[in-house]
Design a protein around this ligand. Structure first.
Ligand code: CS2
Ligand code: MG
Length: 405
C-alpha cells in the first residue's frame, strides 16, 4: 500500500482544526489530527513543505519506521510544531492500517482492557454558587468526576471560566489577537480552598473533584495549595507549576498527598522522563495530537505504566474529533488508563464536518468498532469554514509583568 498523496486541511467549524489525509494506491485513505492551538499554520507549512515530499511513494504500513524517520531523521527533534506534524501523519497511518485490516485501532494495539472510558467534565462559573450549580448539573448527567474552576474575585477572565461567553467555541472566535488577563497569586491562593470546601459541603464525598492551576505557581506556593486542598480529596491537581524544571514536582510531593497531574504541553517521552522515573506525578496528561500521535503517546503510556502512573489525556475543544478518537482507542487498550478529560462533542458546524465513533452516557464514553479510528471528514463542508486567526490569552500581573499561562 503506497502513499500517493498527503493532503492538509485547515478549517474553522467554530474552532481551527488541522486535518491530515493520506491517500494510497489501494484507494484507502487515513485521517490524522495536527491541530496546535494558536500556531496552526506553522504546522501546516511543516507538513506541506517538509514532510509531504518525503512520504510520496513510501509504504503506508511502515508506521514505526516512518515515525523514526520523521523524528530522528529530521535531526531537529521534538518541539510542538514537529511533534504535532508527526502526530497528524502517525494517526493517519494507524487509521489506514486499521481500515486495511478491517479492524478498529484498539485491536491493533492489543485489544481492550475495559468496556468504557471514564471521563471528567468541567464545571466553571463567575461565582462559587454558579460553579456549584454547574457541578450539580454534571452530577445529574452522570459524571463521577468534575473539574472545578471559578473566577477569582478581582481577577477578570480567570483561567477556565467563560466570562460573558456562552461556551468555549464562542470564546475562541473572540480572540483574533491574544487578550490580556490579570493574575494575582495571593488572591488565587486565598480563594480556591473555599471553592472546594463549599463543593464538599454541598455534594458530599462521592463525586471526585479536580482543579487545573495552569502552571501559575512556584513550587512552594503549589505545595501550600496542594496541602490546603488535602481535606477535599482531589482526584488530581493539574499543572501546579510549569514543568520545564521537572524536579520542581518533587518539592510539591514532599509536602502533600494531593495527587498531581501534568503533561498537556509535553511533546515527547523526554519531557516526562524524570517526572515518571521519580514518581513525582500520578497522572500523565500528554495528548496524542501534540506528542507524535499514537506511536508517540503509546511509548509514554507504557513507560508510565512501569511506574504505577496512570493516563489522563488532555481533552480540550482544540483537539479535533480525530485526536479524541485516537485517545479513545488508546484509553480502551491501556491497562494504566486513568480518566479522560471531556468537554462535549462540539457544535453543529463541527458535526457537519466530522463524524466520530464516540457516545457519552453516565460519565463514560463508549467507542464503536468501526475500522481504523472510526472518524469521517467531509471536505466539502469543511471548505465552508476557512481558518480564522485565534490566540490563547496572556497573563500579566497588575504592574504589567508577563506571567506564566
Ligand atoms: C486546559 C486547556 O484542558 C485543559 O486542561 O489546560 O484548556 C488548554 O488551556 C488549552 O487546550 C490550550 O490550547
Ligand atoms: Mg490543563
Amino acid at each position: 500500500m503506497k502513499i500517493t498523496n498527503v493532503k492538509v486541511f485547515v478549517n474553522c467549524p467554530d474552532r481551527n482544526f488541522v486535518t491530515v489525509k493520506i491517500e494510497t494506491d489501494e484507494g484507502l485513505f487515513g485521517l490524522g489530527d495536527a491541530t496546535l492551538n494558536g500556531r496552526e499554520l506553522a504546522v501546516v507549512a511543516y507538513l506541506k513543505e517538509h514532510i509531504k515530499p518525503c512520504l510520496i511513494g513510501k509504504d503506508a504500513h511502515q508506521i514505526e519506521d516512518t515515525w523514526q524517520y520523521l523524528y530522528k531523521g529530521a535531526y531537529w527533534r521534538r518541539g510542538p510544531i514537529t511533534m504535532t506534524s508527526i502526530a497528524g501523519i502517525d494517526m493517519a497511518l494507524w487509521d489506514l492500517k486499521g481500515k486495511a485490516a478491517g479492524m478498529p485501532v484498539y485491536q491493533l494495539l492489543g485489544g481492550t482492557s475495559r468496556s468504557k472510558i471514564r471521563v471528567y467534565g468541567h464545571a466553571n462559573g463567575q461565582t462559587i454558587s454558579e460553579t456549584l450549580e454547574n457541578l450539580g448539573r454534571l452530577i445529574k448527567e452522570g459524571y463521577t468526576a468534575v473539574r472545578l474552576q471559578c473566577a477569582i474575585p478581582g481577577l477578570e477572565g480567570t483561567y477556565g471560566t467563560l466570562g460573558d461567553k456562552k461556551d468555549y467555541l464562542e470564546m475562541q472566535s473572540s480572540r483574533p489577537l491574544p487578550p490580556e488577563q490579570p493574575w494575582d497569586t495571593n488572591k488565587y491562593l486565598n480563594f480556591i480552598p473555599t471553592l472546594f470546601k463549599k463543593a464538599r459541603e454541598e455534594y458530599g464525598e462521592e463525586i471526585q473533584l479536580l482543579h487545573d492551576v495552569h502552571s501559575r505557581l512556584t513550587p512552594i506556593e503549589a505545595s501550600r495549595l496542594a496541602k490546603e486542598l488535602e481535606p477535599y480529596h482531589l482526584l488530581f491537581l493539574e499543572d501546579p507549576v510549569p514543568a520545564e524544571n521537572q524536579s520542581n514536582y518533587k518539592i510539591i510531593r514532599q509536602h502533600s498527598t494531593t495527587p498531581l497531574a501534568v503533561g498537556e504541553v509535553f511533546n515527547s517521552i523526554w519531557d516526562a522522563k524524570e517526572l515518571i522515573e521519580n514518581h513525582s506525578i500520578d497522572y500523565i496528561r500528554t495528548a496524542a495530537t501534540h506528542a507524535g500521535g499514537i506511536t508517540g503517546l503509546r511509548k509514554i503510556i507504557d513507560f508510565a505504566g512501569l511506574h504505577q502512573i496512570r493516563t489522563a489525556p488532555h481533552g480540550p475543544p482544540d483537539i479535533s474529533p480525530i485526536g479524541h478518537a485516537a485517545h479513545a482507542h488508546l484509553n480502551i487498550w491501556a491497562n494504566n488508563f486513568g480518566i479522560q478529560e471531556f468537554v462535549g462533542f462540539g457544535g453543529e458546524k463541527m458535526a457537519t464536518v466530522f463524524t466520530h465513533p464516540l457516545a457519552y452516557a453516565e460519565g463514560h464514553l463508549y467507542l464503536n468498532d468501526l475500522p481504523g479510528l472510526g472518524v469521517s471528514f467531509n471536505e466539502q463542508e469543511a471548505e465552508k469554514y476557512p481558518y480564522k486567526r485565534s490566540y490563547l490569552p496572556v497573563s500579566r500581573l497588575e504592574d504589567g509583568t508577563l506571567w506564566d499561562w
